[in-house]
Design a protein around this ligand. Structure first.
Ligand SMILES: [Zn+2]
Length: 491
C-alpha cells in the first residue's frame, strides 16, 4: 500500500462520513470565494485554510485535483438578499472609487492574506463579472425548461418545481416555503424562490448593468457559482466546499438550479464539505481597524501569520473555534517551539505524498514508520488536523526515532499542515519582542529558569533540564551552553 488509507470525508449531503473515491482522473474542487467589497477578516480565512487542507490531503494520496475559487465582483446584494443594492456598488460609493477599483483592491487584499497564510493558489480564480453572458444563457435555459417566472423585480426560480429542493440543508420543503425569510418580495410564489436575474428598479440605474431577455439588470448571487464551476470543471464534479452558512441557502439554491439545468437525474456534485464558524466573541486585539480583526491586525500586533494558521488547524474544520488572544498566544508559542526544534533537521526532504514519505523512511526506523502511519490515519479520517499536530509534536519528543526518520515525519506533517517548517525562521516568529522590550520581572523569571536548568544539569537531572528548556522556548528564549556557562537570547 503506497497511496495511504482510504480517504473518508464528511458529506453534508446525507450528513455522513463516506469513502471518497474520485469519479475522474482529475478531481474537480470548487470553493465559494470572497465578495471583494471590503477587507476579509479572520473568520473569512477559515474556509480557504480548510479547502487548502483538503487539497493537501488529495496530494498526499496522489490524487490530482483542479481547484477553482470564484471572485464575486458583482451580483452579491447587501444582506445576501434578492433585491437591493450590490455590495460592490455600496463600497464604491462609500470609498468614492469605481467598482473596478474596489474589486481590484480587495481582490489583492484577499490574495495577500492567502499568500501570508501559505494557502496553495487555486488553478483558477474566475471573476463573476466576466461570466455574465453565460449566466444569462443559463437562466434563459431554465426559463425554457419552465423553472422560472418573471416579476418586475426580476426572473425567479420556482423552487416548488425542484423535487429535491433543500435536501442539503435538511429542509422540510413545505416548512421552508412558508418559513420566515427576512425579505418580502412582491409576487414571489414561494418564500424559498430566489432571483436568477435582478432587474433594475424603475428610475434606478445600476452601475454594473447588463442587457438581458428580462431587461437591464444584474445576475442573482447564486447563479455565478453554478455557471463558473460547470464552465471550468465540467457539468458534474466531485467536491464543493464552503462555510457552513452556505449549506443552508446559497448551496441549496446552487444545487436546485444546476440540477434543473442539467436535468439528467444525477446529483450535480457528489461531495459537499462545510467548515464551521470561527467565533470572535472574546477577541481583544490591539489596533483592530474594525469590529472584526483582520490578519493584518494580528501581524501588526506581532503575531506570525503561521501562528493564526496553526490556531485554525488546532481545531477540526467541523468544530466551532473560539478566537481568543490566549488561544493565538498559545499557537504562537507552539509555532516558535516547532520552528526552534526543526532548524536542526534542515534541509527537510520532499515528503508531500504518503508514497514519497514512505520511500524516504530509513528502513529500520520503526518509530518513524509508526508516526507516518499515524499522520496518514489522521488525514484520511476527515482531515483531522489536530491529530496531525499532536503526532508531529510527539515525534519531536520521541527518543527512539532516528534524526533522518524524524526529518521525514516532520516534512510529511508539514506537507499536510502547510506551516512552512522547512524554511520558517524562528527569529521571524515573534516580531513583537526584542531584548529591550523585556521588563525587569520578565528578565528575572528568565534568569531564574536558566539558573534552575544549570542546577538540574549539574545534578544530571536531564528530564528536568529539558522541561525547563521547553518552558524557556515557550517564553521565546533560546539557551546556548558555552564553556563559560549558559547564555540566552530571544529566539
Ligand atoms: Zn458559491
Amino acid at each position: 500500500m503506497t497511496t495511504g488509507r482510504q480517504l473518508r470525508l464528511y458529506n453534508s449531503l446525507g450528513r455522513r462520513m463516506m469513502d471518497f473515491v474520485p469519479s475522474a482522473d482529475v478531481v474537480g474542487v470548487y470553493s465559494c470565494g470572497p465578495t471583494v467589497y471590503s477587507f476579509p477578516h479572520l473568520g473569512n480565512m477559515r474556509p480557504y485554510v480548510f479547502a487548502d487542507t483538503l487539497r493537501r490531503a488529495l496530494r498526499w494520496q496522489g490524487i490530482p485535483a483542479r481547484h477553482v475559487v470564484n471572485i464575486t465582483d458583482v451580483g452579491h446584494a447587501v444582506a445576501d438578499s434578492d433585491t437591493g443594492e450590490d455590495k460592490l456598488e455600496v463600497a464604491a460609493a462609500r470609498e468614492r472609487r469605481s467598482v473596478e477599483e474596489i474589486a481590484a483592491f480587495y481582490t489583492q487584499a484577499f490574495f495577500d492574506d492567502m499568500t501570508a497564510l501559505n494557502v496553495l493558489p487555486a488553478d483558477e480564480y474566475p471573476r463573476a463579472s466576466e461570466y455574465v453572458p453565460q449566466m444569462i444563457e443559463f437562466a434563459a435555459r431554465l426559463e425554457e425548461l419552465g423553472y422560472t417566472y418573471l416579476l418586475p423585480s426580476g426572473l425567479y426560480f420556482d423552487t416548488s418545481k425542484s423535487p429535491g429542493y433543500g435536501t442539503l440543508a435538511l429542509l422540510d420543503l413545505a416548512g421552508q416555503r412558508e418559513g420566515a425569510r427576512v425579505e418580502h418580495v412582491e409576487g414571489r410564489k414561494n418564500k424559498s424562490d430566489f432571483a436568477l436575474w435582478r432587474s433594475e428598479e424603475p428610475g434606478v440605474r445600476r452601475v454594473m448593468r447588463w442587457d438581458s431577455p428580462w431587461g437591464w439588470g444584474a445576475p442573482g448571487w447564486h447563479l455565478e457559482c453554478s455557471v463558473m464551476s460547470m464552465s471550468l470543471l465540467g457539468a458534474h464534479f466531485d467536491i464543493h466546499t464552503g462555510g457552513v452558512d452556505h449549506r443552508e441557502l446559497h448551496h441549496v439554491n446552487e444545487i436546485a438550479q444546476s440540477e434543473a439545468y442539467l436535468g439528467d437525474g444525477r446529483p450535480w456534485v457528489r461531495f459537499w464539505l462545510h467548515n464551521e464558524f470561527l467565533l470572535l466573541n472574546n477577541a481583544k486585539i490591539a489596533k483592530s481597524s474594525g469590529p472584526v480583526p483582520r490578519l493584518a491586525d494580528l501581524t501588526e500586533a506581532g503575531y506570525h501569520p503561521m501562528a493564526y494558521r496553526l490556531f485554525l488547524l488546532g481545531g477540526h474544520y467541523r468544530s466551532q473555534l473560539d478566537f481568543t488572544t490566549h488561544a493565538v498566544d498559545a499557537a504562537q508559542a507552539t509555532l516558535r517551539r516547532l520552528a526552534g526544534r526543526v532548524v536542526a533537521l534542515r534541509p527537510l526532504p520532499a515528503a508531500g505524498s504518503f508514497a514519497a514519505a514512505r520511500a524516504l523512511l530509513p528502513p529500520d526506523d520503526k518509530a518513524a514508520a509508526a508516526y507516518l502511519d499515524q499522520l496518514d490515519a489522521a488525514i484520511a479520517a476527515d482531515l483531522a488536523t489536530p491529530k496531525i499536530l499532536a503526532g508531529l509534536q510527539e515525534s519531536l519528543r520521541d527518543a527512539d526515532i532516528t534524526t533522518e526518520g524524524l526529518g521525514v515525519v516532520v516534512a510529511a506533517a508539514d506537507a499536510l499542515l502547510g506551516l512552512g517548517l522547512a524554511t520558517l525562521d524562528p527569529r521571524e516568529i515573534d516580531r513583537r519582542r526584542s531584548l529591550t522590550d523585556l521588563d525587569p520581572a520578565e528578565i528575572e523569571t528568565i534568569e531564574r529558569l536558566v539558573a534552575d536548568r544549570t542546577q538540574a544539569r549539574k545534578e544530571k537531572d536531564w528530564a528536568r533540564a529539558d522541561e525547563i528548556r521547553t518552558a524557556l522556548e515557550t517564553l521565546g528564549v533560546q539557551v546556548t551552553d558555552t564553556p563559560s556557562g549558559p547564555t540566552w537570547d530571544l529566539c
